[in-house]
Design a binder for this molecule. Sequence first.
Ligand code: GYE
Length: 339
Amino acid sequence: MKLSRFLLLIAVLIAALAVAACGGAAPAAPKEEAAPQEEAAAEAPAEKTYEDLVVGYAQIGAESEWRTANTASIKEEAEKLGVELKFSDAQQKQENQIKAIRSFIAQQVDVIGVSPVVETGWETVFQEAKDAGIPVILVDRRADVPEELYVTYLGSDFVEEGRKAGDVMMDLLPEGGNVVELVGTVGSAPANDRAKGFREAVEGESGIEIIASQSGDFTRAKGKEVMEAFLKTHGEDIDALYAHNDDMAIGAIQAIEEYGLKPGEDILIVSIDAVRGAFEAMIAGKLNCTVECNPLLGPQFYDLALKVVNGETVDKWVPSEESVYFPEQAEALLPERKY
Ligand code: GYE
């Protein structure tokens, strides 16, 4: 074979190989890969967006400044995201919350959010939601039910809040003293846990004695009423008050003033929530400390709701981050406070 022919043959072979490699095989490959992808896309349900979400929310009521801020956060965030929200106010009655949940089930909402007013008595209705395939998210307060009956709990560590309040009380009363306690709603998670955490902190060598403990149901009116009764019985023997929320402390402040003593001086006060009213009371020198409990749970709630309906796994507890505030910081911080 002549050299020129041989070279020509080589060139033809190289060209043929090139066509086989690029032109021939290439179109086949994506076809093979595309097929399973197309199949998967056809099988998987389309991801929901916030605009597709229908959420039922069984709120407790409007017992405190905290609750008002919490409700506003849930409603405003729904509006902002385009979520369809069915909101129910149970006026602090468990039976109303249960009714609301049943009506959300009947309306086939995508997700149910609930702040259980008390811890017990939820199994039946949560099971009904589960049977209907509707996930339940506990917001703000826990319920005493088996874990498979809710997808997640979004809220605070109330025991830790109680411990923080107890630590502050020990700093305020280094020699110990007589403390009266205004308890939250009987049987509610924050009342149970804030009582527990406080006791954990002060028991032992602190010299702090809880001489009276009664529920003020988380409201100003009841806080005032119960503080009046404490004063009637114990009068000037009371060194300090531990209130499970700011509203009851604010009610108690009135009772103490009407009794003729100085709140914040004659009777030291530590409470929980860190609402604006507490900052104002600290600025006025009538409250010695407030432990923060964040009510602005709307954004995290809808984020979780969307993840849950789209089949994503979420943690069983999503805690909120919180702080402790004293009178010296109150004036500077008040303008920034959102609740
Ligand atoms: O501390 C109180 C409200 O559940 C954490 O409920 C919430 C509590 C809050 O009424 O002010």
